[in-house]
Design a protein around this ligand. Structure first.
Ligand code: ANZ
Ligand code: ZN
Length: 873
C-alpha cells in the first residue's frame, strides 16, 4: 500500500496530459455526436485565477468529462478576454504597456488552469488581443457597417473624466454621490459626443423571440426580456393651443384617455429645445427655470429619474394642450420622470391609474379622475387603481359601446375600441415600443480593437459615402434582403466620407504613451503616421478612426473561433475569413451546448453575443441564430467570513495555495461538493480537509491488492451493484448539474465498499474501473493515476462508460445500522427483506453488538432495510 501523495500524482499526470495531449478536439462527422462545452472566458487579470473561476471551470470540466464518458466528441476550450478597460487600468497602475502586461498575465492563468487539470484543448485558445483574432472582430464589425447597423452619431453619453472615456449605460452605477463608473468608481457626466453606435434595436424582436428556444435559467431570460422591454400601446397626438406644435405621447393605456389631467414632456423633448433656443418665447423667469431644470436632469441616471420612491419634480409651462377628444385644456409640464429617448419623450398623465402620475398629480395639485373600477370590490380613494377593470360608464362615449355593455365593458375591450377609434380620427395609432437602446460602441482608449475605418473629408464634402462606391453597390445588391437602407438613409450625414479599410487586421500600433489624453480623443489620435492614410476611394489624404471598440466586442464571437481548427487559423485570409472550410467547422460545432458562467452577465455579454450571432446567421455565415443552447449560472464563492471575497476584507483565498496544500483534486472535489452549483458557498477549510481524506481513502483502498477478485465468480455481487449504482447515479445527476449529490454518491459508495472489504468481500478490477470513471469527473488526477496503476490501457478521461443495467439501482442489500439503546454499534450488510429473527441473529453474531447486549434481557425495534435497535434493560 502506498501513501497518497497528491503532489507527485498530480505532477505526473499533468506531464502526461501535456505530452500526450488527450484533450485535443476530435473531428465530428455527425451533429448528434458532438458536445460543445465552455465556460465564459476570463479577463486575465494580474491577480490570477480567483475561486469564482475555479468553481465555473470545475463545473464545465465535470460536464466535459461526463460527455466524453458517454461517448460524445467534445470541444472544450478556453480563451482570454484581454482587451478593455480593466487591462488598461492595471497597466496604467503598474506603468507597463498592456501589450507586455497582458501576455504575462495570460501565461500565469494558463499555468494555473493546467495545475487544476481542466481538460481544455489549449491549441484552440482564443486571445482577443491577438491580431489574428481581432482581424475577425474587425471584419465582423465591417459587415455590421456595410449592412447599415453601425453609424456615427451625436449621442448623449456618459463621459468619465477619471477614465478618460465614454461608458455605456450599463457601465454606470448609481451611488449616493450620484452616477459613477462601475470600474474605478469615478464620477461621470452626460456629454453629447460623436460615437459609433450599433443598431441592436433592429434585432429587438428576434432577440426576444429567440429566448423561447434556449434552455436558460428563467430569471436570466426574464432579465433579458425586461431589458428589451417590449410594450404594445398607442401613440396619441395632443395639439398645443396657440402654438403651431403637437405633442405625441406613447401610452400603453389608451383606455384611460378620458382620465388625462396633464401632459409631461421630458427635459430632452424638442419643445424644450425650442424654448431654450428662443424659438418659442417665454418669460425670462420661466426660461431660467427651464434651463436650470434641464441642466440638473442631465446629471441624473434613468433609474434615478424613474424611481417610484423619489419625489416628483417638474416645471409648469405657460401653455396648454387640448384633449384630442374632449378638447378640454390640459396643463403641460417638463418633468424628468419622463425619459427623452423612450417612446416619444412625452406622457399623458393619468393620476387615477398610474403610480408615478399619481405622485406627480399630488405634488402639482392635478385632478384625479377615475375612469376604470375594479371588476370586484370598491375603488380605494387616495390611491391609483392600476389594474385592468371595468370602464366607468360616463367615460365611454355612447358610440363606443353597445347598450347592454353598460355595466361590464372591460378596460381591455375598450382599449381595442378606442385605438381603432382614434386611428380612424387620425389622432393616433397603435405602436410597439422597446426599451432596448442602441449600443454605443466607441471608446476613447488605447487598449481595444482599432476600427477598420478611414475618414476622407474630401469625399465627405462631395457627399460620398461607401454605399455610393462600386463595392458598396455590389454589397447591397448581394445582401438586399438584410441591408438596413432606412438606417443608412437616416444617418447619412454621420456616414459620409467613411470607408472600410479592408486590409485586415488593422493592427493596434505600439505607443509610448497609452494614457488617456483627457481631451476626449483616444491616445491613438496622437500617432500621426498611423492616423494619416490614403483614402481608399479617392486616394487623397484621409485619417483613420482613432476610437477603439469596447471590451464587449471580442466576447461576441469567441466561441466561433474555438471551432476553427488551429492549423486553419494561420491560413485564414481576412479578405473573406469565413471561408467554406471555416464555416464548415463552425457549423459542425455550433451552437454551444453548455455555457457556464456568472449571473452578472445576464444581460450585456449574453445579449451582445446573441445579437452578433443573429447578424452572422442572417449573412449566412453561421447556421444557428442562437449561440448558447443551455446556460447555467454559478453561485458566488464567499470568504470564510461569509462575505464577498475582496482584497480590502483580506478574505481572498488563493487557489495556488490550496492546490499546493491539498492538491487540485481536493480543491475541485470541494467546490463541486460544497453546494448546488448555482448556490452561494462560503469557503470552509475543514471541508477541504474532509475531501482530501476521502481521496486518501480511495487511494488506500484501490491500491490495496488484497481487495481484488481474480474472476467474476469470486466477485461479490453487492459490491459490484453498489459501484454500478454509484456510476449510474453520478451520470444521471451531472446532467442536471447536481455536482454536489454526485460527490455524495461517491462518498457513500466508498463507505459501503470499505465495510464490505472488512468482511472480506472482493471485487474485480473491471468493477473498480467503474468507480474510477465516476471519480474522474471530480478528481481527474487521482482517477487517471489509479486507472493506470490498475494496468488499464489509455486514459480514464477518454474511456467510455459501459451501458449499465438499471437493476443495480434496486438494492437487494443494505447496510443496516445496529443500535444498542439508541447508540450505533455496528452496521451490517443484510438483505432488505431479512426477517426480524434473521436480523437479530446476524447482529448477535457480531462481536461489536454482542459486547453491549450481553446476557441481559432485551426487546428490539426493527424496521426492515432501515434500522435494528436493541433495547436492553
Ligand atoms: C398613460 C397611462 C395611463 C400610462 C395609465 C400607464 C398607465 P411601458 O410599459 O414601460 O412601456 N411613458 C411613456 N413614455 C414614457 C417616457 N418617455 N418616459 C417615462 N414614461 C413614459 O410604459 C408605458 C407607459 O409609461 C405609458 O403608458 C406612459 O404612461 C409611460 F393608467 O400612458 B402611460
Ligand atoms: Zn476620399
Amino acid at each position: 500500500m502506498k501513501k497518497y501523495q497528491h503532489a507527485i500524482i498530480e505532477e505526473k499526470i499533468k506531464k502526461m496530459w501535456e505530452e500526450k495531449n488527450p484533450f485535443e478536439t476530435p473531428t465530428v462527422t455527425k451533429k448528434q455526436e458532438k458536445a460543445f462545452v465552455i465556460p465564459m472566458f476570463p479577463y486575465p487579470s494580474g491577480d490570477g485565477l480567483h475561486t469564482g473561476h475555479v468553481r465555473i471551470y470545475t463545473g464545465t470540466d465535470i460536464v466535459a468529462r461526463y460527455l466524453r464518458l458517454t461517448g460524445k466528441k467534445v470541444l472544450h476550450a478556453i480563451g482570454w478576454d484581454a482587451f478593455g478597460l480593466p487591462a488598461e487600468q492595471a497597466a496604467l497602475k503598474k506603468k507597463i504597456n498592456p501589450m507586455e502586461l497582458v501576455p504575462k498575465n495570460i501565461t500565469n492563468f494558463r499555468r494555473q488552469i493546467k495545475d487544476l487539470g481542466f481538460s481544455y484543448d489549449f491549441a484552440r485558445e482564443a486571445n482577443t488581443t491577438d491580431p489574428r483574432y481581432y482581424g475577425f472582430t474587425q471584419w465582423i464589425f465591417l459587415q455590421l457597417f456595410k449592412l447599415g447597423l453601425a453609424f456615427k452619431k451625436e449621442v448623449p453619453v456618459w463621459y468619465c473624466e477619471g477614465l478618460g472615456t465614454v461608458l455605456s449605460d450599463e457601465e454606470i452605477i448609481n451611488t449616493p454621490e450620484g452616477p459613477r463608473s462601475e470600474r474605478g468608481n469615478f464620477p461621470v457626466e452626460k456629454k453629447i459626443l460623436n460615437q459609433w453606435t450599433l443598431k441592436i434595436t433592429k434585432y429587438a424582436e428576434q432577440l426576444l423571440e429567440g429566448l423561447n428556444k434556449v434552455d436558460w435559467p428563467e430569471g436570466i431570460k426574464e432579465m433579458q426580456r425586461n431589458w428589451i422591454g417590449k410594450s404594445a400601446g398607442a401613440a396619441l397626438k395632443f395639439t398645443v393651443a396657440g402654438l403651431n406644435e403637437d405633442i405625441t405621447v406613447f401610452t400603453t393605456r389608451p383606455d384611460t384617455l378620458f382620465g388625462v389631467s396633464a401632459i409631461v414632456i421630458a427635459p430632452e423633448h424638442a419643445l424644450v429645445e425650442k424654448i431654450i433656443t428662443g424659438e418659442i418665447q417665454v418669460e425670462e423667469t420661466v426660461l431660467n427655470n427651464v434651463k436650470e431644470y434641464v441642466q440638473a436632469a442631465k446629471s441624473k441616471q434613468d433609474l434615478e429619474r424613474t424611481d417610484l420612491a423619489k419625489e416628483k419634480t417638474g416645471i409648469r409651462l405657460p401653455f396648454v394642450a387640448l384633449h384630442p377628444l374632449t378638447k378640454t385644456e390640459i396643463p403641460i409640464f417638463i418633468g424628468d420622470y419622463v425619459l427623452g429617448w423612450y417612446g416619444h419623450g412625452a406622457v399623458m398623465v393619468v393620476p387615477a391609474h398610474d403610480e408615478r402620475d399619481f405622485a406627480f398629480a399630488q405634488k402639482f395639485n392635478l385632478d384625479i379622475t377615475y375612469v376604470i373600477k375594479p371588476s370586484e370590490g370598491e375603488l380605494k380613494e387616495k390611491e391609483p387603481f392600476t389594474d385592468e377593470g371595468i370602464m366607468i360608464e360616463n367615460y365611454v362615449p355612447p358610440e363606443m359601446r353597445a347598450p347592454e355593455e353598460n355595466k361590464k365593458l372591460t378596460s381591455q375591450e375598450f382599449r381595442e375600441r378606442i385605438i381603432a377609434y382614434i386611428q380612424k380620427k387620425g389622432i393616433g395609432m397603435p405602436v410597439t415600443n422597446y426599451k432596448l437602446r442602441d449600443w454605443v460602441f466607441s471608446r476613447q482608449r488605447y487598449w481595444g480593437e482599432p476600427f477598420p475605418l478611414i475618414y476622407c473629408q474630401a469625399c465627405a464634402n462631395k457627399g460620398k459615402s461607401w454605399w455610393d462606391t462600386q463595392e458598396g453597390q455590389v454589397f447591397v445588391a448581394e445582401h438586399k434582403d438584410i441591408v438596413f437602407k432606412d438606417v443608412i438613409e437616416a444617418n447619412k450625414s454621420g456616414l459620409l466620407g467613411w470607408f472600410p479599410d479592408e486590409r485586415l487586421p488593422v493592427e493596434l500600433p505600439k505607443v509610448k504613451s497609452y494614457e488617456p489624453t483627457g481631451d476626449g480623443t483616444s491616445p491613438l489620435a496622437g500617432i500621426t503616421n498611423w492616423v494619416n492614410v490614403e483614402c481608399p476611394h479617392c486616394g487623397g489624404e484621409a485619417k483613420r478612426e482613432t476610437d477603439t471598440m469596447p471590451n464587449w466586442a471580442g466576447s461576441c464571437w469567441y466561441f466561433l473561433y474555438y471551432c476553427i481548427h488551429p492549423s486553419l487559423r494561420s491560413e485564414v485570409s481576412f479578405e473573406a475569413p469565413f471561408s467554406s472550410k471555416v464555416k464548415e467547422e463552425i457549423n459542425s460545432w455550433m451552437p454551444v451546448d453548455w455555457y457556464l458562467g456568472g449571473a452578472e452577465h445576464a444581460v450585456l455579454h449574453l445579449l451582445y453575443a446573441r445579437f452578433w450571432t443573429k447578424v452572422l446567421h442572417d449573412l449566412g455565415l453561421v447556421n444557428t441564430d442562437e449561440p448558447f443552447m443551455r446556460l447555467k449560472n454559478v453561485g458566488m464563492v464567499l470568504g470564510t467570513d461569509g462575505r464577498k471575497m475582496s482584497k480590502s476584507l483580506g478574505n481572498i483565498i488563493n487557489p495556488d495555495e490550496v492546490v499546493k496544500e491539498y492538491g487540485a483534486d481536493a480543491l475541485r472535489l470541494y467546490v463541486a461538493f460544497m453546494a448546488p452549483f448555482s448556490s452561494e458557498i462560503a469557503w470552509n477549510e475543514k471541508a477541504i480537509i474532509g475531501c482530501y481524506r476521502f481521496l486518501q481513502r480511495v487511494h488506500t483502498l484501490v491500491t490495496n491488492n488484497t481487495i481484488y477478485a481474480q474472476s467474476e465468480e469470486e466477485e461479490d455481487e453487492s459490491v459490484r451493484k453498489a459501484i454500478s449504482a454509484c456510476l449510474i447515479k453520478v451520470l444521471r445527476d451531472v446532467e442536471q448539474t447536481k455536482f454536489n449529490t454526485c460527490v455524495a454518491y461517491l462518498m457513500e459508495c466508498l463507505n459501503t465498499w470499505e465495510e464490505e472489504v472488512k468482511q472480506g468481500k472482493k471485487v474485480t478490477k473491471r468493477t473498480v474501473n467503474l468507480y474510477l470513471q465516476a471519480l474522474s469527473l471530480f478528481a481527474p488526477f487521482l482517477a487517471e493515476y489509479l486507472w493506470q496503476e490498475l494496468g488499464n490501457e489509455g486514459y480514464v478521461a477518454l474511456s467510455v462508460a459501459p451501458k449499465l443495467s438499471e437493476d443495480a439501482l434496486v438494492f437487494h442489500e443494505v447496510n443496516l445500522p445496529i443500535q444498542v439503546n439508541g447508540r450505533l454499534r455496528a452496521s451490517l450488510l443484510l438483505s432488505v427483506s431479512a426477517s426480524e429473527a434473521e436480523a437479530v441473529a446476524a447482529a448477535l453474531n457480531d462481536e461489536r453488538v454482542r459486547k453491549y447486549v450481553g446476557e441481559a434481557k432485551y426487546r428490539v425495534v426493527y424496521k426492515a432495510g432501515k434500522i435494528l435497535n436493541f433495547i436492553v434493560s
